[in-house]
Design a protein around this ligand. Structure first.
Ligand SMILES: Cc1cc2nc3c(=O)[nH]c(=O)nc-3n(C[C@H](O)[C@H](O)[C@H](O)COP(=O)(O)O)c2cc1C
Length: 198
């Protein structure tokens, strides 16, 4: 396996997946990496809904498309949300890029660290995925729809508890690339400024 530094520096988002299923042992390792994430006060209240069922993934994609289709792009709307709304009005919109696995990360609705804790879970899983030559991508649509009644009902039937809300999700699978490996070319770092006080 690669070093931690290498793994961090070569992690990239994958948006094209093969239908090939992820082996159970690899999936377990990704999930376990998420569960090992730190949490405020050691709360460990993130709830991972691991969706591998193709029919469920398909139905979820149809439902998310439907909900976004009802929405309009308004001025000043967060750019990624606006492009999701625009894309949903096209024929082929599949928010999870047809990845064979979608791991929805939810957390307690009224817990102040729910996003921070869930982000740690998601990053741990992305890094483990990279280390295992799997592709992954943070998926935010279910977060944007976290108070949507129809989605709450669907996710409730899948195990989301009443006091939980979606913080993010992870698409996971084998990348559809020429060599079958994730794209690992790092993006230039222009932002995230650093101020050192010596
Ligand atoms: C909070 C957050 C939300 C994101 N939401 C999405 C998303 O909904 N769909 C998507 O394709 N990528 C999403 N991404 C991935 C970013 O677009 C990506 O990390 C960024 O463009 C940098 O590219 P890289 O991951 O390949 O380094 C998200 C990333 C983060 C951290």
């Amino acid at each position: 396996m690669m070093t931690v530094e290498e793994c961090i520096k070569t992690r990239r988002s994958t948006r094209k997946y093969l239908a090939r299923p992820v082996e159970d042992d690899k999936l377990e390792r990704v999930i376990e990496a998420g569960r090992c994430a730190p949490s405020g006060g050691n709360n460990q209240s993130a709830h991972l809904l691991v969706i591998k069922n193709r029919d469920v993934l398909k139905e979820l994609a149809v439902q998310v498309k439907h909900e976004f289709e009802q929405m309009e792009v308004t001025e000043g709307l967060y750019a990624s949300l606006a492009s999701a709304i625009r894309a949903s009005k096209g024929e082929k919109y599949v928010f999870h890029y047809d990845a064979p696995v979608l791991i929805v990360v939810a957390n307690k609705r009224n817990y102040g660290n729910s996003m921070a804790d869930s982000a740690c879970v998601l990053e741990n899983m992305m890094l483990m995925a990279n280390g295992l030559n799997l592709g992954s991508c943070w998926i935010n649509q279910l977060r944007w729809l976290s108070e949507n009644e129809a989605l709450l009902k669907t996710l409730g039937a899948l195990g989301l508890k009443e006091d939980e809300r979606v913080c993010g999700a992870l698409a996971l699978g084998y990348p559809d690339t020429v060599d079958g490996l994730p794209d690992r070319v790092a993006l230039p770092r222009k932002g995230n400024p650093v101020t050192v006080i010596a």
